[in-house]
Design a protein around this ligand. Structure first.
Ligand code: ATP
Ligand code: MG
Length: 201
């Protein structure tokens, strides 16, 4: 095939592709506050959520972050985003399960934490709410999944919510608009490399 034939075929394929994409874009004309879930064993759940925090702040939106932590040290994202206007940042646990080994205390912390999250979910001035590592509180039954889903469903119609954490329960996946499962193909940690500032925390 000559180069000019290849070019003509390429132009033809792209024109058909553009028609399909334009139709899809025209079809997706609704607007609403989204519920997103980032789950799975691969790295990138929390950092993806914080990427959306940066995007939202770029539009001058207000963002609330609630961290339901499993085992935490000070993080770069907290140090950075606390300095930005338009962000409220709540650390709602000091390390769950294997760190604290105190179930009653974890339950108490989770429930107190949910009250903070609920307040943000009830506030139409908060445009994006991040519920980081929330899934563990559901998995261990520290919070009632039905109650959590009801509070999320009752939020202002244009408010976006992002939930992160491994092992998201099916009911949460069912309620979500967008679900991504991050797959663990390889992780440096298994080669004996410790968590690196700027990458892992
Ligand atoms: P990140 O915060 O880097 O986006 P994450 O939110 O997807 O990671 P978590 O399950 O919350 O992952 O774990 C937090 C920490 O564990 C991070 O330091 C991350 O690099 C590390 N981590 C993530 N996935 C794995 C894995 N599959 N094996 C070992 N460590 C991991
Ligand atoms: Mg995480």
């Amino acid at each position: 095939m000559s180069d000019s034939d290849k070019n003509a075929r390429h132009a033809d394929r792209m024109a058909r592709k553009k028609a399909v994409i334009d139709t899809a874009i025209a079809h997706a004309d609704q607007e609403k506050g989204l519920l997103l879930v980032l789950t799975g064993n691969g790295k990138g759940k929390s950092s993806s959520a914080f990427g959306m925090v940066a995007r939202a702040l770029g539009y001058g939106m207000n963002v609330g972050v609630a961290q339901f932590i499993k085992g935490r040290s000070d993080t770069g994202e907290e140090a950075f985003f606390r300095r930005q206007p338009g962000v409220e940042w709540h650390v709602l646990g000091e390390g769950f399960t294997w760190d604290t080994q105190d179930r009653e205390r974890d339950i108490r912390k989770a429930r107190e934490g949910w009250e903070v999250a609920r307040r943000m979910l009830a506030d139409p001035a908060v445009n994006l709410v991040i519920l980081d590592e929330l899934t563990y509180t559901l998995k261990y039954g520290y919070l009632d999944t039905e109650q959590v889903l009801a509070d999320i469903a009752a939020r202002p119609p244009m408010q976006h919510v992002v939930v992160t954490g491994r092992g998201a329960p099916q009911a949460l996946l069912d309620a979500a608009d967008t679900v991504t499962e991050l797959m663990d193909v390889k992780h440096a940690w298994r080669a004996g490399i410790k968590a690196q500032p700027g990458i892992d925390l």
